[in-house]
Design a protein around this ligand. Structure first.
Ligand code: ADP
Length: 207
């Protein structure tokens, strides 16, 4: 498949975790706007300074900032056969801008109810050395890694509720938009990581 794939779903649905199997199966590079923004914040770049406040409050970073970031990233040579978007687009204007730059062939929506999201996000931890994501109950880290793991600043209950509300207001309508285009596949994201991976793999095989 030549075009790009979009991984869609609420915060904490497991997009980053499930991206791995799609990258393996398709060879398309993963583009995570969340990771790109976090790296800009930690470098203290102009973009990072602009994005930081929005991210820490659980709000979306303005569309123009995100669209500029994606335009630059898609100019790199590894993006020429389509990519896997993770966390982008998140608004209809972002999706409209994207459709002018590259073809989106498929959207995989990982569906998880709000009540599960909060538990997932407040228990999420990351290994800063490898980027691997763990969860204190659902994917416990090996004991030797435990004390180097970090928690994202926006992974607390109050900010999660803001992120969920941004998702419902600004992002969810985009799912209907892609569904009307006939390119959305829904996956039940409530099972174990392995179960969800199997559904994702099945969806990718049928593309
Ligand atoms: P999650 O999906 O768990 O909320 P991400 O890592 O994808 O986490 O995003 C973290 C934060 O980065 C978001 O809450 C938002 O502030 C910002 N962000 C990431 N992608 C976008 C985007 N496409 N548009 C606007 N803001 C974004």
């Amino acid at each position: 498949m030549r075009g790009s794939i979009v991984l869609f779903g609420p915060p904490g649905a497991g997009k980053g975790t499930q991206a791995e199997i799609i990258v393996e199966m398709t060879g398309k590079p993963q583009i995570s706007t969340g990771d790109m923004l976090r790296s800009a914040v930690s470098q203290g770049s102009e973009l990072g300074l602009e994005a930081k406040g929005y991210m820490e409050s659980g709000l979306l970073v303005p569309d123009q900032v995100i669209i500029g970031l994606i335009e630059d990233r898609l100019r790199e040579s590894d993006a020429s056969n389509g990519v896997l978007f993770d966390g982008f687009p998140r608004t209809i204007p972002q999706a409209e801008a994207l459709s002018g730059i590259t073809e989106v062939s498929a959207v995989i929506s990982i569906e998880v109810p709000d009540e599960d999201i909060v538990n997932r996000i407040v228990g999420r931890r990351m290994d800063p050395e490898t980027g691997e994501i763990f969860h204190v109950s659902f994917k416990p880290p090996p004991p030797e890694l435990e004390n180097r793991l970090v928690q994202r600043k926006d992974d607390n209950e109050e900010t999660v509720r803001m992120r969920l509300s941004a998702y419902h207001d600004q992002t969810k309508p985009l799912g209907d938009w892609y569904s009307n285009m006939g390119i959305l596949t829904k996956i039940d994201g409530t099972g174990s990581i392995q179960e969800v991976s199997q559904s994702v793999a099945k969806a990718v095989r049928s593309l």
